[in-house]
Design a protein around this ligand. Structure first.
Ligand code: SF4
Length: 173
């Protein structure tokens, strides 16, 4: 991992640590959770949605979401990418916070995790909700003067963890 003193991740980590941005992200996620709950989807906790390779999809998030997530979530139960499929644990390319079929980061998971359900028929409203709340998230960035970047979840986690929160720009970590 490189600890680049000029990395934009310093700014995302710093923004995520401010009370105003923290409150704005929590409020946005709460609004989305309520909108999802109104639609009443069922989650069977199959874990399929987090096995990205098997399910044939990728999770995309914003860099600010990753910074916010990393500042609030406990470390993953196993090192990221550890290959222990025989135990049902995280494989390379899957989310490090999935253990067995369960999400161990449920309360702080990003927008895409909150809106995605594998239940047939839910796709009708998922796309609409996702686009609406992604627009709100973009507006949140603009309102707080935060650079916007949209990137793949697992690769973004690895990139962000190379620049620890609390390492000020200009001072190598
Ligand atoms: S944060 Fe939770 S819901 Fe999202 S991909 Fe990881 S394990 Fe799945």
């Amino acid at each position: 991992m490189s600890h680049d003193a000029h990395s934009p991740w310093h700014a995302w980590h710093a923004a995520a640590a401010t009370p105003a941005v923290d409150a704005a992200i929590r409020s946005l996620y709460a609004g989305l959770d309520a909108a999802v709950a109104e639609r009443g989807p069922t989650c069977w906790q199959s874990g399929k949605c987090c096995h990205f390779h098997d399910f044939g999809h990728r999770l995309y998030v914003t860099a600010l979401e990753i910074a916010w997530f990393l500042s609030r979530v406990p470390p993953p139960p196993e090192p990221a990418g550890l290959a222990l499929p025989q135990l049902g644990r995280t494989r390379a390319g899957d989310c490090p916070w999935q253990v067995g079929e369960a999400c161990t980061a449920h309360g702080v998971r990003p927008l895409g995790c909150r809106v995605f359900f594998c239940q047939h028929g839910t796709q009708r409203w998922q796309h609409e909700l996702y686009e609406r709340y992604l627009s709100e998230l973009k507006a949140l960035h603009a309102a707080h003067g935060i650079a916007y970047r949209y990137l793949e979840w697992v690769a973004g986690l690895e990139e962000a963890r190379g620049v620890p929160a609390g390492t000020p720009a200009g001072r190598p970590g």
